[in-house]
Design a protein around this ligand. Structure first.
Ligand SMILES: [Fe+2]
Ligand SMILES: [Fe+2]
Length: 498
């Protein structure tokens, strides 16, 4: 009775190449198990993955029954094995870092095969010979165990696993473990980069309350829009391009980090010089991103991110790029950027514009040759800006009335309605000059129904202005609801509330 011939060097090299090419970790594990089974000619095989000291079942293949199952299926019959389990053959192989070869499972007292016997009985199968091989990587960390079952000779008779197979499967398992660890490592680095990018841009947005959701909104539109394009248009954006587009969205305004807040938050018209400084954020974006070492597959991100104010007619900035010099992804980025700037509820210099009006402005920009009309049309069709079934334009427009009275030389401003991002500038306009008329101002909030973070910010600006002008600002009639709405309790040491 001859055993299956040992694989030649070409076969082993082919397996090595197949392993190193496989990007999907699930498929990688299947490739490993298939290769080990083909080399030994065995009938069945299992693969366990080690995580947090537990061996979790991952794949089971039984050739004679035409059976193939992964943990994503219905593998509930195969319980996880704690690495501390001293009599389980898989955990012993994992801990001992050596293959364990058992000629007959039913005639072996060294290990506890009650689990295997139970599964045999349930599945109507008979496991006899077993070869358990640990998979450990170049850092000597065990990542899993391959368990091969029922070696067969060339006639198909079940025989013990020949000792010659042990080093072959052992080295294959190590090679596979290294590939597996590298895949996981690459995925972890990718996730680290993505999360770092998100944290950075969120921190930059948070510098100004007027811009707090800009990048987040754009990322949301971009994700929905590319998914829609893939499903409904002839434009296919594969995973890598999609990731680069999203990363460019997250990073496009990173240069705003160095724009002074006096300019970022200015509520009036910017001077020419202030516009120049504001526009320089794209150059800063480019400079900052060019200092970062992006992986090869993300190398376009700095260029894409810093081109979001370029126009197709060459009249954008900073480089005046035109036509084909502006990639498809950047054209998307520009449209999303303008759309969110127009419809945002938190810009200092203007109230939010309804979606139809924003599209009228974008249509006009397309007519002037600034943005891509085709992409704009697709973006409209996609309705990617809608959130949870309702459109942003349906949000209630907040209103507020301010009435002025003077009592014993003291100025009282009574607010009625909602002090929100859209009405906050109204209060600021009334408040700032008021300190020139009176050194004591009371804001009566009895009839105020709502206060937002932008509203609170104006109250703080009012307080600072009062101090600068040697005046005093007091809040009265602040209800518990208002107090809680934006947790004003934290500000009672700054704002005088009576
Ligand atoms: Fe920008
Ligand atoms: Fe932007």
């Amino acid at each position: 009775m001859k055993i299956m011939p040992l694989p030649n060097i070409e076969t082993l090299l082919d397996i090595g190449i197949a392993l190193s090419k496989e990007k999907d970790t699930g498929k990688l594990l299947e490739t490993i198990l298939d290769a080990a089974m083909n080399i030994t000619g065995c009938d069945a095989g299992m693969l366990y993955r080690l995580e947090n000291d537990i061996l979790d079942f991952e794949i089971l293949i039984v050739k004679s029954k035409g059976f193939r199952m992964s943990s994503g299926g219905t593998a509930t019959e195969l319980p996880p094995v704690p690495i501390s389990s001293r009599r389980n053959v898989c955990s012993c192989a994992a801990v001992g870092k050596k293959p364990i070869n058992v000629a007959d499972m039913y005639d072996c007292s060294e290990y506890d095969f009650s689990g295997g016997k139970y599964i045999d009985a349930k599945a109507g199968y008979k496991s006899v010979s077993i070869l358990s091989v640990p998979m450990f990587d170049d850092r000597d960390d065990t990542v899993g165990v391959i368990q091969l079952i029922n070696a067969q000779n060339e006639e198909g008779t079940i025989i013990p696993f020949a000792a010659e197979y042990e080093p072959v499967i052992f080295s294959l398992a190590s090679q596979a473990a290294i590939c597996f660890t590298n895949r996981n490592y690459a995925a972890a680095v990718t996730e680290l980069l993505d999360s770092f990018v998100r944290v950075m841009s969120t921190a930059i947005d948070a510098r100004s309350p007027y811009n707090a959701n800009h990048t987040r909104n754009m990322a949301r539109y971009a994700e929905k829009f590319t998914a829609w394009l893939n499903a409904h248009s002839d434009m296919v954006i594969d995973e890598e391009r999609n990731r680069n587009l999203l990363m460019s969205v997250w990073l496009h305004d990173i240069g705003k980090l160095v724009i002074p807040l006096e300019i970022m938050d200015k509520q009036g018209v910017l001077t020419d010089e202030e516009w120049r400084v504001m526009q320089s954020h794209v150059l800063m974006t480019r400079r900052m991103l060019s200092e970062m070492s992006f992986p090869k597959q993300n190398r376009k991100v700095p260029d894409w991110a810093s081109a979001h104010h370029e126009y197709l007619n060459g009249k954008g900035y900073p480089d005046g790029l035109d036509g084909d010099a502006i990639p498809f992804e950047v054209r998307i980025l520009t449209i999303l950027d303008v759309f969110d700037a127009l419809t945002a509820y938190d810009r200092p210099y203007k109230p939010a514009i309804p979606v139809e009006k924003a599209f009228a402005i974008l249509d006009d920009m397309a007519k002037k040759g600034q943005i891509d009309p085709y992409i704009l049309d697709l973006f409209k069709q996609s309705e990617s800006w809608k959130e949870d079934g309702k459109t942003t334009e349906k949000r209630e427009e907040a209103t507020m009335n301010i009435s002025k009275t003077i009592e014993n030389g003291k100025l009282i401003l009574s607010l009625e309605g909602k002090l929100s991002v859209t009405t906050a500038p109204q209060l600021q306009e009334a408040l700032i000059p008021a300190f020139d008329d009176s050194k004591e101002i009371t804001l009566d909030l009895t009839k105020l129904a709502y206060i937002s973070s932008a509203g609170l910010r104006v109250l703080l600006i009012g307080h600072e202005t009062a101090q600068a002008k040697g005046a005093k600002m007091t809040l009265s009639g602040v209800s518990d609801e208002i107090m809680e709405m934006f947790d004003m309790t934290g500000f009672t040491n700054v704002l005088t509330i009576v």
